[in-house]
Design a protein around this ligand. Sequence first.
Ligand SMILES: Nc1nc2c(ncn2[C@@H]2O[C@H](COP(=O)(O)OP(=O)(O)OP(=O)(O)O)[C@@H](O)[C@H]2O)c(=O)[nH]1
Ligand SMILES: [K+]
Ligand SMILES: [Mg+2]
Length: 437
Amino acid sequence: MLSHKETIFALSSGAVPAGLAVMRISGKDVPAVLAALIGGLPPPRRAALRSIRSRNGQVIDTGLVLLFPAPHSFTGENVAELHLHGGRAVVEAVHRELAEFPNLRPAAPGEFSRRAFENGKLDLIEAEGLADLIAAETEMQRRLAVEQSSGGLSSIYYGWSDRLTRARALIEAELDFPDEDDVPGSVSDQVWADVSRLIEELASHLQQLEAGEIIRDGFKVVIAGKPNAGKSSLMNALAKRDIAIVTEIAGTTRDVLQVDLSMDGYLVKLYDTAGLRDTDEVVEREGIRRAEKIITEADLLIFIEDLSTDSVRAEPPKGAVLVGTKSDLPRRSLRQYDLVISTKDGVGLDTLRGLIVQRLKAKVQPQSMAIPSRARHREALSTSLAALQASLIAPSRGLDLRAEDLRVASDALGRVTGRVDVENLLDVIFGEFCIGK
Ligand SMILES: Nc1nc2c(ncn2[C@@H]2O[C@H](COP(=O)(O)OP(=O)(O)OP(=O)(O)O)[C@@H](O)[C@H]2O)c(=O)[nH]1
Ligand SMILES: [K+]
Ligand SMILES: [Mg+2]
């Protein structure tokens, strides 16, 4: 176990004021700190009601105190929790008092989790899952994060790692004793048969990454079309909030506007964009450039047209949902639409919501929630897969080269869970945590 010199503390609960505030302290000085603040140690892992006093003996607050002696704690170090009343002055007074101890300092973002990782309490996948769980705003994000933070995803990678370790051991044996009759070719055949099964499993696992990314990062729905088509009105109607400025002036929207919606438990990121047309106006042109960029990143494009006009239209991009809007007005367009709506009287909006969810679910149909969801996972898993595939091509290259491919594959898998050297990644991964986690 790594031992950190400094003891850290942070408010681990949400914004004050609140009913309660939980101050978490981790490190070897925890017993000394508790002795000073509450005059002794509470029984391990049992809530004890205590007065918390400043050094000059005055009561700051009274609340429950919990002690988790090392190594049976979140971080693996001595950990204490002070359950305070969640007032700003209470929290600040306790914070000030803790900072007075010579070896104590406020925790950096994610530092508790980082210590948990370094002490073997969490692997990297679980630590990321925990960050996602805390950030989760939709039901599906929560389910994905729970699976990841509680080891469901890790266990897949450990299973694969163990198979690779076995395969490498058998190959090493064959390299060391090439002429022994009792290491028949069939052992080697078994190894490569399992590598080929592993390739199939890894490839189908990687195919779920898009679903994982959509659940975690959201399904990007972009509203696009000509100026004044009614894009911003649609954005506001779907969000049920007055987010975008709506006027009868063509070219009102310039910046890309975005709102998060929860649909059927999924995060949907809805974008409103500048109307597409040729223009010499500098600001509008920049708006259109931004619109075109976000259109290329869309998971679903809703291309809308004002069906009360009959001007000549551009063809919508392939795969877009073509929506005619302003159906409350007399229709002049002859175009076939996938859907006709009016934001004025609400016609077709529920159908459009249903269609968005349907398109989303067509892309996201995980059989399980033990799926990858980050670029980091993609990189390491793809490296592993490529190395496994390399080990099977051109068997004539020789066993030692093929064994080296298996080592590369195994290292890449180890980096996903953090079993293999990841020191250079830790700042990035834990830096995205909030303080107190
Ligand atoms: N009758 C009717 N008018 C609508 C409807 N939707 C939008 N409008 C009107 O159409 C005009 C343009 O609407 P916007 O939502 O600003 O259109 P836009 O596509 O965002 O326009 P730009 O941002 O300028 O490209 C406004 O006057 C809206 O009130 C609708 O369903 N029915
Ligand atoms: K407008
Ligand atoms: Mg607009």
